[in-house]
Design a protein around this ligand. Structure first.
Ligand code: NAP
Ligand code: GLV
Length: 265
């Protein structure tokens, strides 16, 4: 399932296993009648991970190379060189160092960026500066000229991109949110853009999708938006992965990518 109607899964008396067609399971776990005693697995597809990293690399490069400024100059017919840092001087921070965050970090590092990440647990990732938990968040934010959100949406992470956290970023920082719309307090981003605290944002996900036609993000000069396409579920590559988990279940072998409903991801 991807987004079953709340209560639908509870109405199936012979249900034994719930397989999410997406990497994120916030829609599923938000169902108050979800049969939480049943095993739930989410989709982890290396091709989907590659696709997310393509998106993150594309958008980080766009921000790093001042693509929005050059677009604006082109529209105004202006020929002007803008200051440009080297990638090694550009500090990128990644919220969430799971399947997607770790791969994006690795690929950004390969391009030379100065990358650090943030996660819940104290686990380290070889070659990557990692911060953890509530104490680690200000450390990650304080150094992130480009902040990329790849967190799951949980009770703890909802609204994590808000006026207080955006204020901890270096002045003029940029944001990429490819996780879930509810991570961002949208009005706080608009205020941070208006004050210059944030210089630009690239958003793939929104509190309401499709984004309403009258939403201020549509025509904001400092916002690039895409319609929740950073990493699609590809049936061709996802089907064998899902099948493998069904076989594992039928044979009593351990399931892959099991969700912990108490943790929320
Ligand atoms: P994942 O493997 O479960 O990784 C989640 C990461 O977030 C982990 O590093 C985890 O920390 C960290 N985390 C969770 N709660 C936290 C908290 N309260 N504080 C600090 N760190 C926390 O998930 P994933 O496969 O990378 O996917 C991440 C999300 O991307 C999905 O949930 C989905 O919402 C989104 N997504 C979006 C698209 C799109 O097209 N836009 C496509 C696919 C996925 P630990 O490592 O310590 O557990
Ligand atoms: C897409 O947003 C997913 O969670 O797979």
């Amino acid at each position: 399932v991807w987004r079953p109607e709340p209560g639908f899964l509870a109405s199936l008396p012979n249900l034994k296993l719930i397989l999410s067609l997406g990497a994120g399971v916030d829609h599923l776990l938000g169902d108050p009648q979800l049969p939480r005693h049943l095993p739930i697995v989410r989709l982890v597809d290396p091709h989907m991970t590659d696709a997310m990293s393509e998106y993150v690399v594309l958008q980080v490069l766009r921000l790093h190379r001042r693509d929005l400024d050059y677009r604006a100059q082109q529209e105004a017919g202006v020929w002007r060189e803008l200051d440009q840092k080297n990638a090694v001087e550009r500090r990128v921070g990644i919220l969430g160092l799971g399947e997607l965050g770790q791969d994006a970090a690795k690929k950004l590092k390969a391009l030379g960026f100065d990358v650090a990440g943030w996660r819940r647990s104290e686990k380290t990732v070889t070659g990557l500066r990692c911060h953890a938990g509530a104490a680690g968040l200000p450390l990650l934010l304080g150094r992130s000229e480009i902040l990329v959100c790849l967190l799951p949406l949980t009770a703890e992470t909802e609204g994590i991109l808000n006026s207080s956290t955006l204020a901890l970023l270096p002045r003029g920082a940029a944001l990429v949110n490819a996780a879930r719309g509810a991570h961002l307090v949208e009005e706080h981003l608009l205020a941070a853009l208006a004050s210059g605290q944030i210089s630009a944002a690239v958003l793939d996900v929104f509190r309401e999708e499709p984004l309403p036609a009258d939403h201020p993000f549509w025509h904001h000069p400092c916002i690039v938006l895409t319609p929740h396409v950073a990493a699609f579920t590809n049936p061709v590559t996802a089907a064998p992965i899902i099948l493998d988990n069904i076989r594992r279940f039928e044979e009593g072998r351990p399931l892959l990518n099991r969700v912990d409903p108490a943790r929320g991801y």
